[in-house]
Design a protein around this ligand. Structure first.
Ligand code: ATP
Length: 497
């Protein structure tokens, strides 16, 4: 870890990075006249990483962290944007220049099992990059063959990451999860990189082993002057290893700043919710109520307009004409959102009510319909003009006019957060949230609202790709998955056990 010095140039500078995966885009899809759809996995990301520092990239599963890491390394082809490494344009590199970049910038993947070829010995895995890059260039002067030189280098690296040089001819399945991750780290170090993307390097490991691997990564950083981009969904891991943090939500950076600032005074409601989901050590904090963030994680195929977080945000800005408790506003917005996304029809509600009547004669009673909806969307506490409008909309809905009901709610309750996309503002500690753009807004945070946002980080993220129609341009060594890790870890001389 190290603080960037004033005026220092970033080693890596990312501007407006976009990576869209296109689905239903094959010849077969075209023949069937299927419309191609785009998954906006990364949608305009800006980042800088300074020499010797560790930048954390955090966010829930599916928010685009891995795609960001892989795209900036050119393991995936970017849809748009620029990446500069040590002043050079990475997107424009080819030939020798690209080969040099590949030596200078490496990656450690999350899953230490699937990212290691089970048919190769760890010596071959660690030495593979050396062979691909034709190293050593000249035959060693001491009479060793190039192959022997590579084996010696692999031995050295295995020892350096806390394994034993004697294990060079073993296969990945003979190692525990932590040991396999050490092999993955040795492989990433083989070419003497300056910059390494660490893609959730400890998420698949037991907590006790996690600490050992984090210590190892810190030691290696110091010893070799490495610069890290550290991807994690778990903020507690980030706190100890990162100098600065960028928080991602649905393909965008929503907050960035020095780690302590992010932890001690988060600005974005999403960062606050993420922090609330971090397990706490102290006993009194362990008993906190953990409720899921309201609403589902929207799909990156069709992200919400304006601020992408507004469909789950506990602090959505209400229009000037509305001033109701946040949870009531959330209920109204959830109803509207579900209607607009064709999440249900009036007919399906009627059918449910009918089935609950269990064969009795059932008359379609609007009062019962509205009551069911009020219960489903927590609208029972509404009063005054708000209640009148919602009742109106429910009446329209009960008559099967879903679009009109949604329109009625939109006219009365549209939030400024859905109209315009907020941009990152605030200098070194910046956030992309309309709460900061609108100085009129009194941001008096109710701890209950934030409490309600806790725990949602474990909620399922957007669905993974389901079939083979997707862009599949990743290097075959690519990610990911989860494995059980054994507590038994390093066997070598390294003292981080
Ligand atoms: N090859 C692909 N084709 C289509 N969509 C994809 C592909 N790879 C990833 N996605 C989608 O892109 C979005 C971002 O995925 P990504 O893996 O980058 O997120 P992440 O934050 O790293 O999550 P995780 O921690 O679960 O890996 C997700 O919605 C994911 O389903």
């Amino acid at each position: 870890m190290s603080e960037p010095a004033a005026g220092e140039e970033p080693l890596l500078e990312v501007r407006g990075l976009r990576k869209y995966y296109f689905e239903n885009d094959s010849l077969f899809d075209r023949l069937l006249r299927r419309e191609p759809t785009s998954v906006k996995a990364v949608d305009g990301v800006d980042l800088e990483v300074y020499p010797g520092e560790t930048l954390g990239v955090v966010g829930e599963s599916g928010c685009g962290k891995s795609t960001t890491g892989e795209t900036l390394l050119r393991l995936r082809e970017a849809t748009d944007g620029s990446v500069r490494f040590d002043g050079e344009d990475v997107m424009e590199m080819s030939g020798d220049e690209l080969t040099r970049f590949r030596k200078r910038a490496g990656i450690v993947f999350q899953d230490p099992f699937s990212s290691l070829d089970p048919r190769m010995t760890v010596g071959d895995i660690v030495g593979e990059g050396l062979k691909i890059h034709g190293m050593p260039e000249e035959s060693p002067e001491d009479g060793r063959s190039k192959r022997e030189w590579r084996r010696d280098r692999a031995r050295e690296l295995l020892e350096r990451v806390g394994l034993s040089a004697d294990q060079i001819d073993r296969y990945p399945h003979e190692f525990s999860g932590g040991q396999r991750q050490r092999v993955g780290i040795a492989r990433a170090l083989a070419l003497d990189p300056e910059f390494v993307v660490l893609d959730e390097p400890v998420s698949a490991l037991d907590v006790s082993v996690q600490a050992q691997i984090l210590n190892l990564l810190e030691d290696l950083q110091e010893e070799f002057g490495l610069t890290y981009l550290f991807i994690a969904h778990d903020l507690s891991v980030v706190r100890h290893i990162c100098d600065r943090v960028a928080v991602m939500y649905l393909g965008e950076v929503v907050e960035t700043g020095p780690t302590d600032d992010i932890f001690e005074s988060p600005k974005h409601p999403y960062t606050e919710a993420l922090l609330e989901s971090v397990p706490r050590a102290s006993v009194e904090e362990q008993g906190r109520r953990v409720d899921p963030l309201p609403g589902d994680v929207p799909s990156p195929r069709n992200p919400p307009s304006g601020c992408h977080f507004r469909t789950r945000c506990p602090e959505v800005i209400q229009p000037a004409t509305v001033d109701i408790p946040q949870e009531q506003y959330r209920g109204v917005m959830n109803l509207r959102d579900r209607l607009e996304r064709q999440g249900f029809t009036a007919e399906s509600v009627w059918e449910t009510l009918e089935s609950e009547h269990d064969g009795d004669d059932f008359e379609r009673d609007t009062v019962a319909f509205k009551e069911a909806m009020r219960e489903e969307f927590d609208l029972a506490d509404l009063s005054g003009a708000t209640m009148d409008t919602v009742e109106d909309a429910l009446e329209i809905l009960a008559n099967g006019r879903e679009d009109e009901a949604a329109e009625r709610l939109r006219e009365a309750f549209a939030s400024p957060c859905e109209e315009e996309e907020p941009v990152l503002t605030g200098g070194e500690h910046a956030a992309a949230c309309h709460l900061f753009a609108d100085e009129e807004y009194d941001r008096d945070l109710d701890p209950e609202d934030v409490g309600n946002a806790m725990g949602g980080m474990g909620a399922p993220g957007p669905s993974p790709p389901v079939d083979g129609d997707v862009d599949d341009d990743l290097d075959p060594d690519g990610p990911d998955g989860t494995v059980e890790a054994d507590a038994d870890d390093s066997v070598g001389t390294d003292g981080d056990r």
